[in-house]
Design a protein. Structure first.
Length: 172
């Protein structure tokens, strides 16, 4: 049983062939995420609202479609989402739903969010994933990693002058 709770979200990678939005056993949807650049994403949302007006993103199918848009910066994830519809409110008061899966069969790779602090925090996250039985690749995303610029403020000669021992005045 996998126990990746709501507070411990991790992107997963698994190669799945072309997949349309499909209704799964009248309880949810499985579909590929659609990736757009910012302008196209905004235009796509505007087009749907323009054509469907108050019905835009409404109903079960509309809600499912609304959850399938993502910025193209994340396109490398090739994400597939399983969206569960709790129409009977069976899990209304639960923070998570445990689903029996074999994560090693379903997931090829787990990529840890780079905003998870390095050092012990990153090691803890990897350990947490491993303790839940995951044996495949675990790595860290570079998507939000900052860029470090090295700007030389002094020439080598200026640095030598700054670093040179200075003569000290003798006080009488």
């Amino acid at each position: 049983m996998s126990n990746f709770g709501i507070l411990n979200r991790v992107p997963i990678v698994h190669e799945i062939p072309a997949l349309p939005l499909a209704w799964v056993e009248k309880r949810g949807f499985i579909a590929r995420v659609k990736y757009f650049d910012q302008h196209t994403l905004t235009q796509e949302v505007a087009n749907i609202i323009g054509s469907d007006r108050q019905q835009a993103f409404s109903g079960t199918l509309g809600n499912a479609n609304a959850l399938l848009f993502k910025r193209d910066a994340f396109a490398h994830e090739k994400e597939v989402r399983l969206l569960y519809v709790d129409a009977g409110k069976e899990y209304e008061n639960q923070e998570q739903i445990d689903v029996a899966i074999d994560p090693n069969h379903l997931i090829d790779e787990v990529t840890v969010d780079p905003r998870v602090r390095g050092g012990n925090q990153e090691a803890w996250r990897t350990t947490w994933i491993r303790e839940r039985g995951f044996k495949n690749e675990v790595n860290r995303s570079d998507l939000y990693r900052g860029i470090i610029l090295v700007v030389q403020l002094f020439t080598q000669e200026e640095l030598a002058q700054i670093s040179a021992p200075r003569a000290t005045a003798a006080y009488e």
